[in-house]
Design a protein around this ligand. Structure first.
Ligand code: 5AD
Ligand code: SF4
Length: 485
């Protein structure tokens, strides 16, 4: 289809800039109505695509958009990544090990590119937003065809077009604060559960975190666009939405006079008739009374809160720039437990922040007990270049941090088990996802409190429905029960 080869000297690269990524201007955010230039409409005719997605739910939602864009220009999904004509790697930069995986996958793709020079390889998501990662990609992985950032997704058709014409790697990584792209096509993974972005970016600048640099400034979608999307999903038969944002309960702070808040949005989403609403991830500082009231009063808002605490020690919280104390955090969850009896609370914790002492770490362990977390994602601090914590003195060895980590996990695992045990003998409502991975005639899904629940049944017509299950057994990672008629 394309037979001319553009001279590579014509190719202009837009490279990431950490300096630019730090800036927050007081400028209105632009909302762009996504459209495809007709000249790209048949770009993927008779070709197939495959997207590898790493990292958070935000990336999963972004991959659904990229799949939508690729299908809108003619590509079809390939079940087998080895047969695809274009492969995209939607990457995560939050910790070093997330990046290590990508370098490994790229090593494997190199051989495939050698055997099939027509294969297009694209890297997108958070990693390209880092100057060093993009430079390393260009230097050590020249077989990559396209590198694009989190703000450049909408330009995918043009980037593919340029890559077909160019021998050199096409790079477009804008480091600005970003805009809002509406009306993008989407290929949703599930027919029952949908991701709905309500805001993008983050202005918190926790000192360990790369996200404010890779995702730009906090930008809330217009309330009408969110409600319309949820209304459409209800019409299509969706049962559950998960509202997404890097700091989801900062929703609305950047809109108008900031009076319409995340709590108000929950009340309005509840009115759409969607059965289940979840959200991730809220910041404890921004968990206000209105949001708590919505959690208590909106029938659709599920009684589970993922509430990242990071540390249980005030000095560490301060140097992390978390802007709350242990006491404030505990007060908020006490209030939530009163308002939403039986609420399940889970969290994120970082172990071994630079300068953290063992005594300070023990405060986190005691907080896990006091808060009665029913689950936690636990991480060893990973230095991210460009963040303030990267250059902080870090005298504790990695080996020692692993010991602390193991000690913490004993406590958080106990929390998972306790969270399951309290349902033994009770009937829970499970939204059925499908067959259990273990096979043996079991189906599984999540209860309202977000507990993975398995039960005996081979009736696949239950998939996508909410069923009653009587819990008979509790394990650390899941519950087992019997289907109630
Ligand atoms: N090192 C370790 N964990 C991190 N997180 C974010 N940045 C880092 C880092 N540099 C964790 C936090 C956050 C979760 C998404 O990832 O706990 O809540
Ligand atoms: Fe990172 Fe903190 Fe923003 Fe969460 S709130 S994305 S941890 S900077």
């Amino acid at each position: 289809m394309i037979n001319e080869k553009k001279l590579d000297k014509d190719l202009k690269r837009v490279m990431p800039s950490l300096k630019e990524a730090r800036i927050r201007r007081n400028k209105e955010v632009e909302t762009i109505n996504f459209q495809i230039d007709p000249k790209y409409i048949n770009l993927g005719k008779d070709k197939t695509y495959f997207i590898y997605t790493y990292g958070c739910q935000g990336n999963e939602a972004d991959s659904e958009i990229m799949a939508g864009i690729l299908e809108a220009i003619g590509y079809k999904h390939s079940e087998d990544p080895l047969l695809a004509d274009i492969v995209l790697l939607n990457t995560c930069a939050i910790r070093e090990n997330a990046e290590q995986r990508i370098w490994g996958v790229l090593g494997q793709l190199k051989g495939r590119k050698r055997n099939n020079p027509d294969l297009l390889i694209g890297i997108c998501g958070c990693m390209p937003q880092e100057e060093n990662a993009t430079n390393k990609l260009l230097e050590s992985y020249p077989f990559v065809d396209i590198i694009f950032g989190t703000h450049n997704r909408g330009n995918l058709p043009k980037l593919i077009f340029d890559a077909y014409l160019s021998k050199a790697t096409v790079v477009e990584v804008i480091s600005g604060e970003g805009n809002i792209l509406e009306n993008t096509p989407k290929v949703r993974e599930s027919k029952t559960k949908a991701w709905v972005h309500i805001m993008y970016g983050c202005d918190e600048f926790c000192t360990y975190c790369i996200v404010p640099y890779t995702r730009g400034k906090e930008r809330s979608r217009a309330k009408e666009d969110i409600i319309n999307e949820v209304n459409e999903l209800v019409k299509e038969g969706y049962i559950e939405v998960t509202l997404l944002g890097q700091n989801v309960n900062a929703y609305g702070k950047d809109l108008g006079n900031g009076e319409y808040t995340f709590g108000d949005l929950l009340f309005d989403i509840d009115k759409t008739g969607i059965e289940r609403v979840r959200f991730t991830s809220p910041h404890p500082r921004d968990m206000d009374d209105r949001a708590m009231e919505a959690m208590a009063k909106c029938k659709s808002v599920m009684p589970h809160l993922h509430f990242p605490v990071q540390s249980g020690n005030d000095r560490v919280l301060k140097i992390m720039n978390r802007k709350y104390t242990r006491e404030i955090y505990l007060e908020k969850i006490k209030k939530l437990k009163e308002l939403v009896p039986g609420i399940s609370i889970t969290t994120d914790i970082i172990v071994g922040y630079p300068g953290e002492t063992y005594e300070e770490f023990k405060d986190t362990v005691s907080l896990v007990e006091e808060a009665e977390f029913e689950g936690a994602f636990t991480f060893i601090f990973s230095p991210r270049e460009g963040t303030p914590a990267f250059s902080m003195e870090d005298p504790i060895s990695l080996e020692e941090k692993h010991k602390w980590f193991d000690e913490l996990v004993e406590h958080t695992n106990k929390g998972y088990l306790n969270g399951h045990e309290k349902f033994i003998g009770k009937i829970v409502k499970v939204l059925v996802d499908g067959e259990s991975k273990s096979g043996d005639g079991m189906l599984c899904g999540y209860s309202e409190h977000n507990k993975l629940t398995h039960f005996k049944s081979d009736d696949l017509s239950l998939v996508g429905k909410i069923v009653n299950v009587k819990v008979t057994e509790a394990k650390t990672w899941f519950m087992i029960g019997e289907l109630c008629e």
